[in-house]
Design a protein around this ligand. Structure first.
Ligand code: NAP
Length: 247
């Protein structure tokens, strides 16, 4: 069953990792997909071609999620190319980890801009056209936003900010049939987590009740559900995808 037939989605950071899994799953479920990348142009173009081969409209846009004006331009470009859209996934994110004693102002600002201000940037520009169509906004947070993590105060703050933002938007635009939810992955095998020291990985693994890392596709499946009409009365919520890490 194709859950997203007739819908168009915008996904930030679709060139790698969880975002790449989301755009593939959305296309499998019949959605047309506009997605962004920042530096991975070759990967983005390859995914664009792959999605087009699946019989949906697809286009990759180079757009820095941290920059307000680029989010505005993205919405103009997607509207010109696709007409309208009903799904927005704010997925782009980075880490710049260090203990607070060693964290620089630049490390703080960069993570807040890419992970949290980006969610404001795109939601701000996407909302007005969505008032006409209704739809679903999905914000990629993290279990770390809930329980914190030594060495990730900047990342945890950015992801915790997403929880409050998500609930507020759900309340502001619920009457216009726009839903807004957050997804909080646990530890998912992507390039972001591949950078971690082996010892840190082992200690994380020991704390996961399901005793394995999650897959990007498992986060993407949750996004398909939140984007689809199967979750038509679900809004203002955080869905954890974490192998029972956060319960
Ligand atoms: P990843 O493999 O490092 O991929 C990050 C993606 O974000 C890439 O497509 C990258 O694009 C894009 N991106 C980064 N900065 C950007 C910017 N300024 N503008 C536009 N795109 C940008 O990371 P991931 O593991 O898939 O993580 C995706 C999201 O899930 C993030 O928000 C992350 O915080 C969250 N998350 C991940 C985990 C995990 O365990 N992996 C757990 C919880 C939450 P380019 O390569 O083109 O630059």
């Amino acid at each position: 069953m194709k859950l997203l037939a007739g819908k168009t989605a915008i996904v930030t950071g679709g060139s790698r990792g969880i975002g790449a899994a989301i755009v593939r799953k959305f296309a499998e479920h019949g959605a047309n997909v506009a997605f962004t990348y920042l530096s991975s142009e070759e990967k983005a173009k390859a995914i664009e071609a792959e999605l087009q081969g699946m019989g949906v409209e697809a286009k990759a846009y180079r757009s820095n999620a941290a920059v307000f004006a680029e989010a505005e331009q993205l919405i103009k470009d997607v509207t010109a190319d696709f007409g309208k859209f009903q799904i927005v996934v704010n997925n782009a994110g980075i880490t710049k980890d260090n203990l607070m004693l060693r964290m620089t102002e630049e490390m703080w600002d960069k993570v807040i801009e890419v992970n949290l201000k980006s969610v404001f940037n795109l939601t701000k520009h996407a909302l007005r056209p969505m008032l006409r169509t209704g739809g679903s906004i999905i914000n990629m947070s993290s279990v770390v936003g809930d329980f914190g993590n030594a060495g990730q105060a900047n990342y945890a703050a950015s992801k915790a900010g997403i929880f409050g933002f998500t609930k507020s938007i759900a309340k502001e635009v619920g009457s216009r049939s726009i839903r807004c939810n957050a997804v909080a992955p646990g530890f998912i095998a992507t390039e972001m987590t591949d950078e971690l020291d082996e010892k840190v990985k082992d200690s994380f693994l020991a704390g996961i009740p399901m005793k394995r890392w999650g897959k990007a596709e498992e986060v993407a499946d949750t996004c398909v559900w939140l984007a689809s009409d199967m979750s038509a009365y679900v809004s203002g919520q955080t869905i954890s995808v974490c192998g029972a890490l956060n319960c």
